[in-house]
Design a protein around this ligand. Structure first.
Ligand code: PRP
Ligand code: MG
Length: 212
């Protein structure tokens, strides 16, 4: 039997809520945490646990058919990938922040400055739309430490509760975009699997409605 292949975040903020929504859809998955792949017992579906940043490429390559992923990741590296449903969890902002002690007037303050980020495309596009040119320093995690160690003037990263900014004496000065978890679809999904996707979407819609 044909199975639909879904990617979910291997570990991190989306992982639990992604599995929870599948469960609420009545899709049971034997969840061996160390396994990178699992099969549902009661729905023709396989789950692949992947790194967030790798998911857009897996969708593009058709290695997976659908994915639960932060919209911010699609904006950064999957603009060609379509969204089937917005999932109303893992809400966050992608923002620019600078040290609390530094005065802030406008986005022009970033002109010629160094910004540490894991979201270079998103920052570049935002700054370009404001006519500002900055120097991007790309790092993969713990971005908020950069201003404190003299590596950058400011940062661009995800803000959810705001506690990471707070702990690092930073303040959010520009919200570039708002994001939430979405159900994304591979551009190469087969007709047969599209039918399975429809069933999942139908269930998701009722789950989201019931949650309201
Ligand atoms: C993410 C993100 C921010 C933080 C925002 O980091 O990069 O640092 O969460 O959440 P908050 O506003 O609720 O504090 P994460 O902890 O996932 O680690 P990483 O940056 O090292 O990947
Ligand atoms: Mg972080």
């Amino acid at each position: 039997m044909t199975k639909i292949r879904i990617a979910v975040q291997k570990s991190g903020r989306l992982n639990e809520d992604s599995l929870a929504i599948l469960k609420d859809c009545g899709i049971s998955i034997d969840n061996g945490k160390d396994q990178l792949k699992a099969t549902s017992r009661n729905f023709p579906l396989e789950v692949f646990y992947l790194r967030n940043g790798d998911i857009p490429q897996y969708l593009r390559d058709g290695v997976v058919d659908i994915a639960i992923i932060g919209e911010n990741v699609l904006i950064e590296k999957g603009k060609d990938i379509s969204i089937a449903e917005r999932l109303n969890f893992s809400k966050c902002r992608v923002s620019l922040a600078i040290p609390k002690s530094v005065n802030y007037n406008s986005i022009k303050d970033f002109e010629g400055k160094k910004i540490a980020t894991s979201y270079p495309n998103t920052v570049k596009e935002y700054l370009a739309s404001k006519g500002v040119t900055a120097d991007l320093h790309i790092i993969n995690g713990s971005v908020e430490i950069a201003p404190n160690i003299g590596l950058a003037y400011g940062i661009c990263d995800i803000v959810s509760s705001g506690s990471t900014l707070f702990k690092n004496n930073l303040k959010e000065v520009e919200v570039m975009l708002k994001s939430e978890a979405v159900l994304a679809v591979s551009p190469t999904i087969s007709e047969e699997r599209k039918e399975l996707l429809k069933k999942i979407q139908f269930r998701i819609k009722s789950v989201l409605q019931a949650r309201q």
